[in-house]
Design a protein around this ligand. Structure first.
Ligand SMILES: C[S@@+](CC[C@H](N)C(=O)[O-])C[C@H]1O[C@@H](n2cnc3c(N)ncnc32)[C@H](O)[C@@H]1O
Length: 232
């Protein structure tokens, strides 16, 4: 099973023996399968909205499941991530976080709308979330801050000439989550190039006469100021 770098780094960010990991928007299921084969987590639930995807994954898991660690378990769910049944007994007082929800490979705006609906009954619960949006990370971060999420870890990964912000968050964590990603701008060349691409993206949107996006200018200015402070 060949995993791309993005999925590999996501799997490396799963460092706790969670009782349950949800691989949401799982598609091929490669991330959840890698997490099960690593052996730290014993149960992964795979979730996708598309019936054919879940049928194919069921077939794949029944053909190759015997290659996974003997004590591991999985279930598949064909449903909207926004309607997941999480464990709502996970209070702040729990010493260890028992559940991890991974949402990877969808746009930031879609991810935020899923999370806003999903979190309604679970607000304030001790649940970890590992996110890999494919775009609109500023807007996603803004929404996550409003939902009271805090940061555990964030990383930038570049795979096939494209960079991704990976966020491990929990509403009961302590460290504030920032709009721009304070911890991302460490690897000079990789992060500088990513920041340049973000600025170019927002400059193109600003010059697009048909764009009605009024937050665009504020986001552009924020990224430009960040560039000045880190790399100019
Ligand atoms: C590009 S794949 C991501 C695959 C993998 N997670 C990754 O990061 O490479 C996006 C998947 O999200 C699924 N999806 C989109 N909206 C969803 C929703 N509301 N609930 C569940 N799955 C959804 C799609 O069916 C699709 O299979």
């Amino acid at each position: 099973m060949k995993l791309n770098k993005r999925l590999l780094v996501l799997s490396e960010m799963v460092t706790k023996p969670y009782q349950l990991v949800w691989d949401c928007c799982c598609d091929h299921g490669l991330l959840g399968i890698k997490i099960l084969s690593d052996g730290l987590v014993k149960q992964v639930n795979f979730v996708d909205l598309v019936p054919e995807i879940i049928t194919n994954l069921d077939n794949k898991l029944s053909r190759f499941g015997h290659k996974l660690p003997v004590d591991c378990q999985w279930q598949t769910f064909c449903q909207d991530v926004a309607l997941l049944s999480l464990d709502n007994t996970l209070e702040k007082s729990h010493a260890d976080t028992k559940e991890l929800v991974i949402i990877s490979g969808v746009g930031g705006e879609l991810m935020l709308s899923m999370l806003s609906r999903l979190m309604e009954p679970y607000s304030g619960k001790n649940i970890d979330f590992l996110l890999c949006p494919v775009n609109h990370t500023y807007q996603l971060r803004e929404g996550l801050i409003k939902l009271n999420f805090k940061l555990i870890e964030e990383r930038l990964v570049t795979d096939n000439d494209r960079s991704y912000e990976l966020l491990l968050i929990n509403q009961t964590a302590q460290q504030p989550l920032s709009l721009l990603g304070e911890c991302l701008w460490v690897n000079e060349s990789e992060s500088q190039l990513y920041l340049q691409k973000l600025i170019e993206h927002y400059q193109r949107r600003e010059s697009d006469q048909t764009s009605t996006d009024c937050v665009n200018h504020a986001v552009l200015t924020a990224y430009q100021n960040l560039y000045q402070s880190r790399y100019a």
